[in-house]
Write a protein that binds this ligand. Structure first.
Ligand code: NAP
Length: 287
């Protein structure tokens, strides 16, 4: 790092368990260097039973903020002074700002996901969309799709109880155009959708990298296919969709936008998003 760390360096970080796989230190330290900001971003592996200590410790040490990842995204909500609307609806916080003695929680995954879909050229309004998965990434994508005006969002997940939990949670927040689709009806649901999103971990480096979460035979030319997995940049799910004439969107776009939005919350500076994308495109294969 070119920036010199000194007595005035601002601290930002990420807390998770595990946290060693996170690309956030790379993204943010690259931006601090690029914009010549006196900040440093560090990763902290925080065990669940030490979450309260970690939050108090970071704020006591004067950290400007931090990202939050698995398994703390939900639990941290009870430790904050305020949680903004999107984070409340999703039930998870991924970004914390410490300002004027207050600890405020945000979720930038929704806005990051929305930006990645909007910039792809796909118009979500009035469309039927299918989301594969019912974890944290799926929750963000579902809210993003509803906010972008999707007519209906189908959720397909191995564990159907988890899908029902999402539907119940969102219904309680007034959202009722979400449907649970049993895995045996995947073919039908996919064929009726204009956009299919993989929000499962299948295809990720280190976890089933040679597999697709659904049979590629369901893809038809002209469909839009998005993978939230960003490493590798082109998963089997995407390469099979491309072969069949689909438009594809990789997970790098969401990754960059959610990170850029967190960066803006902490520094109040709009970062050069395209430069971050270029940087990650060059470096991601080495991780
Ligand atoms: P998570 O909360 O752990 O959820 C994992 C999801 O994958 C669950 O729905 C799980 O199904 C499903 N799954 C796992 N193994 C499976 C298998 N063998 N077959 C079928 N389904 C399987 O994880 P997450 O935070 O949502 O992350 C999911 C993926 O999105 C990860 O690859 C992550 O890197 C990526 N992501 C990307 C971004 C971005 O900015 N691009 C942001 C967040 C996450 P069950 O419920 O049945 O277990």
């Amino acid at each position: 790092m070119k920036n010199k760390i000194n007595a005035k360096t601002n601290l930002i970080g990420i807390i998770g368990n595990p946290v060693g796989h996170s690309l956030s230190p790379l993204i943010h330290n690259h931006l601090f260097e690029l914009l010549n900001l006196n900040y440093v971003y560090l990763a902290f592996d925080v065990k669940p039973e030490l979450l309260i200590d970690a939050v108090h410790g970071l704020t006591a040490l004067g950290a400007k903020g931090f990202n939050v990842t698995v398994p703390h995204k939900e639990k941290i909500m009870g430790l904050l002074d305020h949680v903004e609307k999107n984070a409340q609806i999703i039930g998870a916080v991924n970004t914390v700002l410490v300002e004027n003695g207050r600890i405020i929680g945000y979720n930038t995954d929704v806005a990051g996901f929305k930006k990645s879909i909007e910039e792809s050229g796909f118009c979500t309004a009035g469309e039927v969309v299918t989301v594969l998965g019912a974890g944290g990434a799926a929750r963000a994508a579902i809210i993003g799709l509803i906010e972008l005006g999707a007519r209906e969002v189908n959720i397909i997940n191995r564990n159907e109880k988890r899908t029902q939990d999402i539907i119940d949670f969102y219904r309680a927040n007034g959202i009722d155009n979400i449907k649970s689709i049993p895995t045996m009806h995947t073919d039908e649901a996919v064929r009726q959708s204009r956009l299919i999103i993989n929000a499962t971990s299948v295809g990720m480096k280190g976890y089933l990298p040679n597999e697709s979460p659904i049979s590629p035979e369901y893809f038809t030319a002209g469909m839009w296919v998005c993978d939230l997995v960003y490493n590798p940049l082109e998963t089997v799910f995407l390469s099979e969709a491309k072969k069949r004439g689909c438009n594809i969107i990789n997970g790098l776009h969401m990754l960059v936008h959610q990170g850029a939005d967190s960066f803006k919350i902490w520094t109040k500076i709009e970062p050069p998003r395209e430069k971050v994308k270029e940087f990650l495109q060059k470096n991601i294969s080495y991780m």
